[in-house]
Ligand binder design. Structure first.
Ligand code: GLN
Length: 197
C-alpha cells in the first residue's frame, strides 16, 4: 500500500484524503517538514496559489518539498496546485513561488472573471469507463507545454480547446477539482503513478 500526503495548508484536504483511501492508498495530511518523510507521493490541493506560496514559506516547507520534488517524488497539483507545479505563471503575483516541477506555462483565473466556475464531463486520458465530471473554480489553464509533457484533457473535449490536464513522468496537474463529486478515478490514476515509480 502506498502512502500519499495531502498538503494541508489550504483547500479540500479531507476530500482528497477520502478519495485516496477509496483508491487504496494510505492518506496523511502534511503541514510539517517531518511529515514529508516516507511519502510515496503528494497532492497539492486547490485554494489560492498566492496564499499557498506564502504559507509554504512561513511553514518552512517550500525548500524541503522542492528538494523532494526535484529528487523524483510523484506529485499532483489540482487547480491552485497546478499553478504551484508550473515553470511559468501568467497573471500571477510577482513574488509568488512555484516548484517548476513541469515545463508548462499556466495562466491563473484563465476562464475569465465572469466565469467563476463551471462544470463539464471531460474525457481524460488514462481514466477508463467514461468521462470524468470536472468542476472548475476560478481555474487556471495550460497555455504552453514543454517537451515530454503529455496532454490528458482539453476543455470542451475539443482538440483545439484549452489544456486542463497534463502529465510529465510522475508529475500531474489538473485545472479542475477532482476531489468533489465522489468519483475517485483520477485518484486511482495518481495512486498507480505512485506505485510504479
Ligand atoms: N484562482 C486560484 C489561484 O490563482 C486557483 C483557484 C482554485 O484553486 N480553485 O490560485
Amino acid at each position: 500500500m502506498v502512502t500519499i500526503g495531502v498538503l494541508a495548508l489550504q483547500g479540500d484536504v479531507a476530500e482528497h484524503m477520502r478519495a485516496l483511501e477509496e483508491s487504496g492508498a494510505r492518506a496523511v495530511s502534511v503541514r510539517r517538514e517531518r511529515e514529508l518523510d516516507g511519502l510515496d507521493g503528494l497532492i497539492i490541493p486547490g485554494g489560492e496559489s498566492t496564499a499557498i506560496s506564502n504559507l509554504l514559506v512561513s511553514f518552512g516547507l517550500y525548500e524541503p518539498l522542492k528538494k523532494r520534488i526535484d529528487a523524483g517524488l510523484p506529485v499532483w497539483g489540482t487547480c491552485a496546485g497546478m499553478i504551484m507545479l508550473a515553470s511559468e505563471i501568467l497573471d500571477g503575483r510577482a513574488d509568488q513561488k512555484s516548484f517548476s516541477a513541469m515545463d508548462i506555462t499556466v495562466r491563473r483565473n484563465a476562464f475569465g472573471r465572469q466565469v467563476d466556475s463551471y462544470e463539464e464531463d471531460l474525457d481524460v486520458r488514462g481514466v477508463e469507463d467514461g468521462p470524468f465530471h470536472a468542476v472548475f473554480i476560478r481555474a487556471p489553464w495550460v497555455e504552453r507545454i514543454g517537451e515530454g509533457v503529455e496532454v490528458l484533457a482539453r476543455a470542451g473535449n475539443d482538440p483545439a480547446g484549452p489544456v486542463v490536464a497534463v502529465r510529465s513522468g510522475v508529475v500531474m496537474a489538473t485545472s479542475f477539482h477532482p476531489e468533489v463529486g465522489g468519483d475517485h478515478r483520477m485518484h486511482d490514476l495518481f495512486v498507480s503513478m505512485c506505485q510504479s515509480r
